[in-house]
Design a protein around this ligand. Structure first.
Ligand code: FPP
Length: 265
């Protein structure tokens, strides 16, 4: 499968044409993004990896602005995975300092845009100062419900599910809940309990993997893989991904209208 076939066709169009092609009523409500390729972007330019992460942060700001422009209310980004703890200490320190800078700088923007900052993951593993800031910004924006920026930090999908199971077992022992439990009861134990499942998951840099991101939540999510490296994923690339999404037919395991349950199979 050529993962950029649709994007290739759309890349002929101008940004304005791409925008005009979008149906404002059919935009996703919740988009999740695996921001991959910062290191390759930097090494391709003979720069240190952290230069790629810095440019990646600039791309993230642009994507947040485009979502704001298009009124897409929920964005969930994979900023730091469990596995990322295995990177060189200097790179981890720089990533944590970028997170710190991002939160310091965007703190006011979250208020201006009435946007909730929702961190998910094993936050207790973050360095103390960053952890404190993450909790502060989360607490001061917790009352906003219409727009949500979820940031996965020290996150892994399997550990999220395990943490949920363990919390559920605790509640079962104290009699707060008893089985058999339903999917929606289980979802209350996930860190994304307040969010609808993502409609669209984007991964940049040509890798077609999920890498332990939102394993439960993406059961019916449309997947979009592009070769574009994350620092180059700007407004135009967002529009191309959204147009591609709008061409999909989301059936959630059902048949299409044309082949309705009444028709003979
Ligand atoms: C993957 O690229 C990217 C990351 C591990 C970090 C993502 C971070 C940012 C986009 C910037 C900071 C964001 C916040 C919220 C502070 P990679 O390094 O794995 O790239 P490679 O696969 O080309 O090596």
């Amino acid at each position: 499968m050529d993962i950029t076939s649709s994007a290739d066709i759309q890349s002929e169009l101008t940004e304005q044409e791409l925008l005009l092609g979008l149906d404002a009523d059919q935009l996703p409500r919740h988009v999740a993004i695996i921001m991959d390729g910062n290191g390759r972007w930097a090494s391709g330019r003979g720069l240190p990896r952290i230069a790629g992460h810095r440019e990646g942060l600039a791309a993230l700001r642009e994507v947040i602005n485009v979502f704001d422009e298009l009124h897409i209310p929920m964005l969930t980004i994979y900023a730091f995975s469990h596995e990322n703890w295995n990177r060189p200490k200097a790179e981890i320190t720089l990533l944590m300092s970028l997170l710190d800078q991002f939160l310091q700088k965007e703190r006011q923007t979250f208020q201006d845009r009435k946007m909730r900052f929702l961190p998910i993951g094993r936050l207790h593993l973050l360095p103390d100062a960053v952890q404190a800031l993450v909790h502060e910004v989360a607490n001061e924006t917790a009352h906003y419900t219409d727009r949500i920026l979820t940031v996965a930090l020290s996150y892994g999908g399997r550990s999220e599910i395990l943490d949920a199971v363990n919390d559920l077992l605790d509640d079962s022992r104290t009699g707060k809940i008893s089985g058999p439990i339903t999917e929606s009861q289980f979802e209350h134990y996930l860190t994304t309990a307040d969010l609808p499942d993502p409609d669209l998951l984007i991964r940049t840099s040509g890798e077609a993997r999920i890498s332990n991101f939102l394993l439960w939540q993406i059961a019916y999510t449309e997947l979009y893989f592009t070769k574009v490296l994350w620092p180059d994923f700007r407004r135009r690339e967002v529009l191309i991904a959204l147009l591609d999404y709008q061409k999909r037919e989301r059936r959630f395991g059902r048949v299409t209208q044309a082949v309705s349950p009444q028709s003979t199979l």
